[in-house]
Design a binder for this molecule. Structure first.
Ligand SMILES: Nc1ncnc2c1ncn2[C@@H]1O[C@H](COP(=O)(O)OP(=O)(O)O)[C@@H](O)[C@H]1O
Ligand SMILES: [Mg+2]
Length: 319
């Protein structure tokens, strides 16, 4: 197994109390697999993957559990070694491409520098490689794009430049955090194609975070649904879409935006809102919003069962 996360817990000390952002998350990821991570805003998608990447720098954070990458424990690994892993084997793409790009340098220069930071090659070779990479991510005129500054590119082009940068190390593991959220659907489709291509050519593993079930249905092999810092359901894409077991997953499926055509102005919302992570309910965190709750749900925390398709729901345990 390439990545094994066990009982990951992340909490933040704040003036208001302890925020339990991640409350016991476990999952595995193998080479060549695309794992979709879905859930509403605030459910812990970003924090759990930042923990995997060793990128939680908040001094008020506590991280517990185990994160093994190719058998090696990452929790507690020195920052230097994590940085090396991130540049050489693990790559990331974030929602806002400007977090990865520097406004004052040209696209070509910054991707070349990124390559040269991890590989001992000449500047000319690095620049030639950048041109190849930009062609790979479908820049119509890669050489010309290299001389542009980030602000001279469209949002979709910037995101592709960041993907080119991420691909420059042929990552064994790519973590993408809502990389298409700000893009329109045609540009989004192009980005999803690039992710599939990376997997096809390098057998890379991909964790793709999104709040969009439509994207998951297009891309993921397996899916993990998060709610209030926990996994409430996991399964293969086919199982999850044909036979969703958790009421929250079913609610999310009721709100799939169309992948083609115009995006609706506002997504149909699930009534109610997620609980405060400072004061989680004693029982199931989804209980206050659940259409099929019953008494036991207010007092018992449902566990996520074993097996490839599992849901953390008392109704499920009963069935
Ligand atoms: N540095 C921090 N200090 C306090 N709370 C945080 C911090 N970072 C994230 N959180 C909280 O952790 C929860 C999960 O956040 P996040 O993983 O970003 O959600 P998602 O990516 O699913 O939208 C949120 O309630 C967020 O406010
Ligand atoms: Mg997020």
């Amino acid at each position: 197994m390439m990545l094994s996360v066990r009982d990951l817990r992340v909490s933040f000390r704040t003036e208001d109390g302890l925020i339990r952002a991640i409350d016991g998350v476990s999952f595995d990821l193998d080479k060549g697999e695309i794992l979709g991570v879905v859930g509403e805003s605030g459910s812990g998608k970003t924090v759990s993957l930042l923990a995997v990447m060793g990128l939680i720098n908040d001094p008020n954070a506590t991280i517990e559990g185990s994160i093994r990458y190719n058998g090696r424990e990452l929790i507690g690994l020195p920052a230097r070694e994590l940085r090396h892993l991130r540049g050489s084997e693990i790559a990331m793409i974030f929602q806002d491409p400007m977090t990865a790009l520097t406004p004052v340098y040209t696209i070509g220069w910054q991707i070349a520098e990124q390559i040269r930071a991890h590989q001992k090659i000449s500047k000319a070779k690095a620049l030639a490689r950048v041109e190849e990479l930009l062609a790979e991510v479908n820049f119509p005129n890669p050489r010309e794009a290299m001389s542009r500054y980030p602000h001279q590119l469209s949002g979709g082009m910037r995101q592709r430049a960041v993907i080119a940068m991420a691909l420059s190390c042929n990552p064994a593991l790519l973590v993408a955090d809502e990389p298409t959220t700000a893009l329109d659907v045609t540009v989004q489709a192009g980005i999803l194609d690039l992710v599939r291509k990376l997997r096809a050519t390098h057998n890379s593993a991909v964790v793709f975070i999104t709040h969009d079930m439509g994207v998951v249905s297009e891309l993921a092999d397996r899916v993990m649904v998060m709610y209030a810092g926990r996994i409430v359901e996991r399964g293969s894409r086919a199982a999850l879409f044909s036979e969703p077991r958790h009421p929250y997953t079913r609610a999310l499926l009721g709100s799939i935006p169309p992948l083609t055509g115009e995006k609706p102005r506002r997504l149909p919302a699930i009534p109610g809102s997620p609980p405060s992570l400072l004061r989680l309910p004693h029982g199931c965190a989804f209980e206050p919003r659940c259409p099929v709750r019953y008494e036991a749900c207010t007092t018992e925390k449902p566990a996520l069962g074993g097996g490839t398709h599992a849901a953390a729901c008392l109704r499920e345990a009963q069935a």
